[in-house]
Design a protein around this ligand. Structure first.
Ligand code: ATP
Length: 236
């Protein structure tokens, strides 16, 4: 069960954006769908503990990662959240292996033996062993996406947050990687939240979709709703 309620504002000198979003679901694969600027990425960032929240909660199977009413606000590293950032945000100066290990290493400390084993297993399971010492810029789009996924899984997460995981890929590869992601999530047995503005991502993956606009949830639909495709295509 994912139970999210978030109120927060972000601003710079010229602009301010208010997010006021709430959703709760038992669906194993959840999509947040909506136009550019709807507040999808901010929602994931706040769930991961990367943004200050004025009021609200983030609960995962009853475990509070954030609950402002109860003064609970776990730091990102304690939330056990696997985060795949939009555009992957791989570190260009680090090798594939160091990118995957990044969340497990403290500054200047070496990787613990069992963490090192986990990193190598992840690298192997994503077919990245041959390029473990290469830098991300020398990898194809699909390979970079796998590095980003392996990095998100390195912390042994309780939930996966995926921000536009297919945006940089061409159509055939998208189709293939959607199927891989669906199988991977099932194998891991953890819930996932995907952010997308591609109806095909939602139709292929999500058990339930929340339609966002203007910083809030406008409506929600289940995967078996016969009006799903039409609703996604009609959304702003
Ligand atoms: N620090 C900030 N100051 C002011 N506005 C911000 C700040 N950060 C984000 N925003 C604005 O908040 C809105 C929501 O941003 P968010 O990244 O969540 O959108 P999104 O739905 O993920 O869009 P996209 O699909 O284009 O990634 C946008 O209009 C963005 O410009």
């Amino acid at each position: 069960m994912i139970d999210v309620s978030l109120q927060l504002s972000v601003s710079d000198k010229r602009r301010r954006f208010d997010l006021d979003i709430a959703f709760a679901t038992d669906a194993p694969f959840v999509a947040l769908y909506g136009p550019s600027g709807a507040g999808k990425s901010l929602t994931l960032q706040a769930m991961a503990g990367l943004l200050p929240v004025r009021a609200g909660h983030v609960k995962l199977n009853g475990r509070a990662l954030l609950d402002t009413a109860a003064n609970i606000d776990l730091p990102p590293e304690a939330r056990r959240v696997g985060y795949l950032f939009q555009h992957y945000a791989l570190f260009p100066h680090l090798s594939v292996r160091d990118n995957v290990a990044f969340g497990l290493t403290s500054w200047r400390k070496r990787l613990k033996a069992d963490d090192a084993t986990r990193v190598d297993e992840l690298i192997e399971s994503f077919g990245l062993t041959a390029m473990a010492r290469s830098r991300p810029a020398t990898l194809s789009g699909g390979q970079q996406q796998r590095v980003a996924l392996a990095r998100a899984l390195a912390c042994n997460p309780q939930v996966l947050l995926l921000d536009e995981p297919f945006a940089a890929l061409h159509t055939t590869l998208r189709r293939q990687l959607r199927a891989e992601l669906r199988d991977l999530r099932q194998r891991l047995g953890i819930p996932a939240v995907i952010v997308s503005h591609d109806p095909e991502d939602v139709i292929a993956l999500a058990d339930e979709v929340f339609l966002l606009d203007g910083g809030g949830v406008q409506s929600s639909l289940k995967a078996d709703d016969p009006g799903l495709r039409a609703a996604l295509e009609a959304a702003p």
